[in-house]
Write a protein that binds this ligand. Structure first.
Ligand SMILES: [Zn+2]
Ligand SMILES: [Zn+2]
Length: 374
């Protein structure tokens, strides 16, 4: 087994770091290594390491013990015999920031409230739908409570109070681990936290209490939505186990279809425009269809170089805050046909001197380098 890293080192903070510094360090590390955000195979392990470090250092008692004993605390891990198991933190919580009160130090009410799993649905939209924010309607198969047993999973919905936990659904476990006494509340193993159990299963749902039903969901694509934006529909996720507790949430993750020629950079749309030599040399006005149904009018001025850009202000994607739109940035490129016929070749040859301009080649190279380095 590899050596366990020092908690301060994991978070990249000084031994004297105060709560504020710890929180800040944790937040930025957690963002970086959250498995939803970081594809590297180590991310999950590192993320867990970061959580563990923060869980210890943010608790003054645990921190004092750690400062004194390091990882070799008498009695073993402060998290019990299994060691640290990690918290289930989702990325939105880290970005939103209110999870600190939920998970660390605050009330842990959630543990006693049974909740169904969240569901993630991906939905593709075209780029033009984010211009105004459009109503969308999708049909998805979602689990709901089984009608026959009201989600209990029991035959005819008849359940009995669990005798192990007296219907509480949870049991209190006291553990003595070295100098630490830990009181934890756990879901009752007999009734799996439901507080009730049944002798026979519902036939219709084979006891899982669920029915899969096609549902029509209506939602509004927010203006300026980006790829990966998640919309949350509270309570539309999995029903709570045995029909007791709160349903999970449904998240709709928006995937924006790639546009045939635009790339998106925040609120800006970027494209390249291959033009013939004469258009670049003499200037031209180009019209292109656009996502807002109004043609883009691109004015190429005479003497435009391949690599020059033209910016059309306010024709990009709207801000999600509702004010203004980004730009369309057009990269002009020289379009070079693969082949020229004989006649064109000879015409080009006769124009060669004029097209290339005068001046020494080395001078031109030097001028260009100067421009580039400016
Ligand atoms: Zn059922
Ligand atoms: Zn029970």
């Amino acid at each position: 087994m590899s050596e366990k890293r020092d908690y301060y080192e994991v978070l990249g903070v000084d031994k004297s770091a105060d709560d504020k510094e710890l929180k800040k360090a944790f937040r930025s590390m957690a963002r970086k290594y959250h498995p939803d955000k970081n594809d590297s195979p180590d991310a999950e392990e590192i993320f867990k390491e970061i959580q563990e470090a923060y869980a210890v250092l943010s608790d003054s008692q645990k921190r004092a013990n750690y400062d004194r004993f390091g990882h070799n605390m008498p009695g073993g891990s402060p998290f019990g015999p299994g060691g640290f198991q990690g918290f289930n933190i989702n990325l939105d919580d880290i970005l939103g920031g209110d999870f600190f009160s939920n998970i660390f130090g605050g009330s842990r009410r959630r543990t006693s409230q049974r909740q169904g799993h969240d569901i993630l649905v991906r939905h593709q939209i075209s780029l033009d739908t984010v211009l105004e924010g459009v109503e969308e309607e999708i049909e998805v198969d979602l689990p709901t409570s089984c009608d026959d047993c009201q989600g209990t999973g029991a035959k005819d919905g008849i359940t009995e109070k669990c005798s192990e936990c007296n219907g509480q659904g949870q049991v209190r476990v006291r553990q003595q681990i070295g100098p630490f006494v830990q009181d934890t509340v756990r879901p009752c193993p007999h009734c799996e936290g439901a507080g009730t159990y049944s002798k026979s299963r519902c036939k219709k749902c084979s006891g899982d209490g669920l029915k899969i039903e096609s549902q029509t969901l209506r939602f509004r694509v927010p203006k300026g939505a980006d790829d990966g934006t998640r919309l949350r529909m509270k309570g539309k996720g999995n029903p709570a186990p045995q029909g007791r507790g709160v349903s999970g949430d449904l998240f709709i993750e928006l995937e924006i279809e790639p546009h045939p020629w635009f790339e998106r950079n925040g609120m800006d749309l970027i494209m390249s425009l291959p033009l013939g030599y004469s258009d670049l040399a003499l200037g031209a006005t180009i019209k292109l269809p656009h996502i807002d149904q109004k043609d883009l009018v691109v004015k190429i001025s005479a003497g435009t170089n391949s690599g020059d850009t033209v910016t059309l202000r306010g024709r990009g994607v709207p801000s999600s805050r509702g004010i203004g739109r980004g730009d369309v940035v057009i990269l002009c490129k020289l379009h070079m046909p693969n082949k020229f016929d004989k006649e064109t070749k000879s015409s080009l040859n006769s124009l060669k001197g004029k097209l290339d301009g005068d001046g020494d080649l080395i001078d031109r190279i030097l001028d260009d380098a100067k421009d580039r380095r400016r």
